[in-house]
Design a protein around this ligand. Sequence first.
Ligand SMILES: N[C@@H](CCC(=O)N[C@@H](CS)C(=O)NCC(=O)O)C(=O)O
Length: 85
Amino acid sequence: MTLALYHYIGCPYCARVRSFLDQTSIRVTMKDIHANPAFRDELVKIGGRAQVPCLVVDGKALYESADIIDWFKNKYDPSGNQTKN
Ligand SMILES: N[C@@H](CCC(=O)N[C@@H](CS)C(=O)NCC(=O)O)C(=O)O
């Protein structure tokens, strides 16, 4: 499973997700769309819009900070890296 979080420093919703992740051992590739405009283009291509935070799970975009945190809490299995049913 590949996980990438599109975000930027200064976005409060992104900070909420980063803060959640900081309290876990979950490893996610971080893609700052302000630091690297290519990441912004990539996000629009994948998800259709440049809204952050956006978690991309195996190529599928999940927007909304609350939904991202819920996904980690309820769908992500840290032991096996598998999505729970
Ligand atoms: N309800 C969303 C709000 C996200 C949001 O408003 N993000 C801003 C940055 S702080 C953004 O990406 N705005 C640009 C856009 O929506 O295209 C969440 O909780 O994730």
